[in-house]
Ligand binder design. Structure first.
Ligand SMILES: Nc1ncnc2c1ncn2[C@@H]1O[C@H](COP(=O)(O)OP(=O)(O)OP(=O)(O)O)[C@@H](O)[C@H]1O
Length: 286
């Protein structure tokens, strides 16, 4: 198996929004970060891929299957932002429910995770804080020997210490070629730590799908004034923004640009900055 998850031409239309032929893959053994502004279409992509909403067009293949039957579903661990389970249950009662749902349910692993996350086993989920609910959902996702984890904004309610623990768990999970993760997040600094690839969705379309290292190690922001800007080769510019006294220009190869324009300041770009410049920046006219 080369790809744990693949969508090709995935399309879904709502009244005011179209998820427009979205295509990307999660290669086996990797972590793919799905980024994009609020309403970009990340959850719609995940929900349509999982068959939770009806897609209009496109092909989905998860763990080498185009039909998501019970066998495949058992091998996918899913964590959504918000409430994942009936709130009248307690974690201990949820354990009994999960035992009946998953043949591969690992009660010991689940109870260990409850302890690790300091979750009270007998308290009703409705009395849990947002962070506690997320920790519980993550405990379940890690307790049925899944091969693919899909996390939709799963770390958003968590404090930095717990988030760091979870990032370590995610990195451990993909230590062999058999396990893979698709994670959507607004916390791009988390994705900078763990993702192998970044897929950027904007207004229902994939803007890019790139190795994370290419973004963090090669992309850069060239900073200059108006005169220098006019002298730049416009084909070097992905997009630019004019700030008060400075032009910020997104470039895809900061090393090459530094050689070409030795007197200009070129700094590394964070994923947030790359996103911002793609979305808010202007394209240069040749
Ligand atoms: N059931 C629905 N009916 C109508 N429109 C919907 C429905 N679900 C989602 N949408 C619209 O689809 C668009 C994409 O929403 P989606 O939840 O996929 O975005 P997102 O990238 O996950 O955003 P966020 O980061 O805020 O979670 C939004 O404009 C949203 O209003």
């Amino acid at each position: 198996m080369t790809n744990a998850f693949m969508v090709s031409g995935l399309t879904k239309t709502y009244q005011d929004f179209t998820l427009d032929h979205v295509s990307f893959t999660v290669p086996s053994g990797t972590i793919v970060g799905l980024i994009g502004e609020n309403g970009a279409g990340k959850s719609t992509t995940i929900n349509a891929a999982l068959g939770l909403i009806q897609k209009e067009d496109g092909i989905v293949s998860i763990l080498d299957r185009e039909e998501l039957d019970g066998d495949v579903k058992e091998q996918i661990g899913i964590v959504f932002d918000g409430s994942n389970y009936p709130e009248i249950l307690s974690p201990r009662k949820l354990n009994r429910v999960m035992k009946n749902i998953y043949r591969t349910w690992d009660e010991q692993a689940y109870l260990r995770l409850l302890k690790q996350f300091s979750l009270p086993a007998d308290k009703q989920i409705k009395q849990f804080s947002k962070g506690m609910k997320m920790k519980l959902a993550i405990s379940v996702a890690f307790s049925h020997h899944s091969r693919l984890l899909i996390l939709d904004e799963a770390t958003s309610g968590l404090d930095p210490v717990v988030r760091d623990d979870i990032l370590d768990m995610l990195l451990n999970f993909v230590q062999d070629e058999e396990h893979s993760i698709l994670v959507s997040s607004h916390i791009t600094s988390d994705l900078e730590k763990i993702a192998d690839y970044i897929v950027f969705i904007h207004e229902g379309k994939v803007v890019f799908e790139k190795p994370k290292d290419e973004l963090t190690e090669r992309y850069g922001i060239l900073k200059c004034g108006a005169v220098q800007f006019d002298g730049l080769d416009k084909s070097d510019i992905i997009s630019y923004r004019k700030m008060d006294y400075e032009w910020q220009i997104l470039v895809s190869d900061r090393g090459r640009m530094q050689k070409k324009y030795p007197k200009t300041l070129i700094v590394p770009a964070t994923i947030d900055e790359i996103m911002l410049l793609y979305v808010k920046g202007e394209k240069a006219e040749n």
